[in-house]
Design a protein around this ligand. Structure first.
Ligand SMILES: [Zn+2]
Length: 252
């Protein structure tokens, strides 16, 4: 579709009235929702409208995608897009939801150039090719508490990272951001290699993309602790997400 048509359609979608059935459902299903200021709750729901319209939600392995399922995924996905202009995960076409952890097949190339097929059990996965895969069992587990784990935030943060749609500052601000981010990644990878206990999930030592996803989970779910332990990293994430989640939790 032409970019200007998409923009016009999005503009219309963003003006649409929000279904009244959403609010009670969001209040019940999304622990984050009541923490947001009223105006932000409105913005979240408008951005959800665009996501629900533009992305395909598919149940896999016998999973049935109900309205609460669609709204839950869209709500967390929209949380990462608040307070800023966004391209709404431009590479993403479909969200595939499995009832439980699924087996993902990967092709891995070794140093000699040989390609191997591997299978891994996953809770979620984000493909640059245009899909996010989620296990509903894990989504439900993560929804219960703010423990720094949230598979939806994790996978959608991958989408932002892959499309570099997470920072809108000028070149100098961006360079400073990358420096802070890289420093923290190096430090984290080092600590994990030495076997030290870290506040940030050790899976973040895997590579920069995983680091961005796990610190995004901590940023939204445990912002007070993240800011205490890594104030510069917290500030960097605050500028890229245009949000200060500590404030959401202050009001609790
Ligand atoms: Zn990941």
């Amino acid at each position: 579709m032409f970019a200007f048509l998409r923009r016009r359609r999005r503009h219309k979608l963003l003006q649409q009235p929000i279904p009244s059935a959403w609010r009670p459902l969001l209040e019940r299903e999304i622990r984050y929702f009541p923490l947001l200021p009223p105006q932000t709750q409105e913005e979240l729901q408008h951005k959800m409208t665009v996501l629900l319209h533009e992305k395909a939600f598919e149940g896999c392995g016998g999973f049935e995608v109900t309205e609460p399922v669609r709204l839950t995924v869209a709500a967390y996905a929209a949380l990462l897009l608040l307070n800023r202009e966004t391209t709404f995960y431009p590479a993403l076409h479909s969200i595939l939801i499995y009832p439980d952890a699924f087996v993902a097949q990967h092709q891995v190339e070794d140093e000699t150039g040989m390609v191997w097929e591997t299978e891994e059990v996953e809770e979620g996965e984000s493909w640059a090719a245009g899909s996010v895969l989620l296990s509903w069992k894990d989504v439900r587990r993560d929804k219960r508490k703010f423990d720094g784990r949230n598979v939806i935030i994790h996978e959608f943060a991958h989408q932002l990272y892959d499309t570099a749609d997470f920072f809108s500052g000028d070149a100098a601000a961006r360079a400073a951001w990358v420096r802070t981010f890289d420093e923290h990644f190096e430090k984290h990878a080092n600590s994990v290699e030495r076997g030290w206990r870290t506040f940030i999930d050790e899976y973040g030592a895997e590579d920069e993309a995983e680091f961005f996803s796990v610190v995004s989970e901590a940023f939204f779910e445990q912002p007070v602790k993240l800011r205490q332990r890594h104030p510069e990293l917290y500030a960097a994430l605050r500028s890229c997400y245009c949000q200060d989640p500590v404030k959401y939790f202050d009001q609790v």
